[in-house]
Design a protein around this ligand. Sequence first.
Ligand code: C2E
Ligand code: MG
Ligand code: MG
Ligand code: MG
Length: 277
Amino acid sequence: SAKAEGKNTLRFYLPAMNDNLRESVLLETDLRKALEREEFYLVYQPQISAITGQVVGVEALLRWNHGKKGLIPPSDFIPLAEETGVIVPIGDWVIRTACAQSSQWQKQGLPPFRVAVNLSGRQFLNKGLVPFVKRTLLETGMDPSNLELEITESMTLDIERSFSTLRELKQLGISISIDDFGTGYSSLSYLKSFPVDCLKIDQSFVRELLSETNDRSIVSTIINLAHSLNLRVVAEGVESKEQLAYLASFGCDEIQGYYVSKPIAEKDIPCFLKRSS
Ligand code: C2E
Ligand code: MG
Ligand code: MG
Ligand code: MG
C-alpha cells in the first residue's frame, strides 16, 4: 500500500488518485449518456483468406466520439463500461448495429461474408444475451451464418455455464471465436468440448514473428492445434508481408491487420470487397 511506502509517497499519491477518481466518475456519467447522444459508431476491419486473399469477414470495432474529448479508444472506456455494467446496453447496441449493417450489405448484393462482434465478460454472462441475439437476427434479417461472436478465454472460467451459453448461441446458427488466443489464464482442456469454430492468435505473438523463434513456435503450434481440433485460425495484428509469409507457410487460414487494412467505415466496405475479389 501507499502507506507502507512512507509518508512522502502517501502525500504524493492522494491528489493524483483524486484526479483519476474524478476523471473516471465524469467519464462514467458521459458513458451512460453516450448511447442516447449517439456518440458511438462502428468501424469494420477486413479479414482475408491467407490462401486466396479474398475478404472472408470483417470485425466490428466500437468507437466513441466524445462530445468534448473527441475520439476515445476502446481500451480507455471498455474496462470502465464493464466495471459499471453499462457495457450491457452498449454491447446490445453493437450487436444490433452490426447485424443491421450485415443485413444491409447482403441486400445491396454483396457476396456473403462474416461479421464478427466482440462480447464482453458481463455481456456473455448476462441471461438476456441469447434471447437478445435471437430476436436481433430476426428483426434485422441477418443471415445467422454470417454472424460470429468473439469471446476471450477468461470468460470461460465457469466452464458449465459458458458451455451451455455457447451451445445455445450455436443453435441459433452463428459461429464463435476465441479472441486473443494464447494470452488468457485458462487451461486448454475446455477446447476439446467447447462448441467453438475459430481461434484468433493474439497480436502479441504475431508482432515479433520475424525476430523471435519462440513466437514462431507458439504460432505454428496454435495453428496445428486449431486444425487438429477442426477449428479455423485467424492471425491478428499482421502488419507486414513478411509476417503474412510466415503465417501462410504455417498454414494459417485467415489474416487480419494493418497490412490488409485498418478498420474502415461501413461505406468503404463494398469497395474494399470488390477490389479484393
Ligand atoms: P480485439 O478484439 O483484439 O481487436 C483487435 C484490435 O487490434 C483493434 O483495436 C484493432 O484496431 C487493432 N489492430 C488491428 N490490426 C492491427 C495491427 O496490424 N496492428 C496493431 N498494432 N493493432 C491492430 P481497437 O479497435 O482499439 O480495440 C481494442 C479492443 O477493444 C479489442 O481488441 C476488443 O477487445 C475491445 N473492443 C473493441 N470493440 C469492442 C466492442 O464492441 N465490444 C467489446 N466488448 N469490446 C470491444
Ligand atoms: Mg476481437
Ligand atoms: Mg484480439
Ligand atoms: Mg485484443
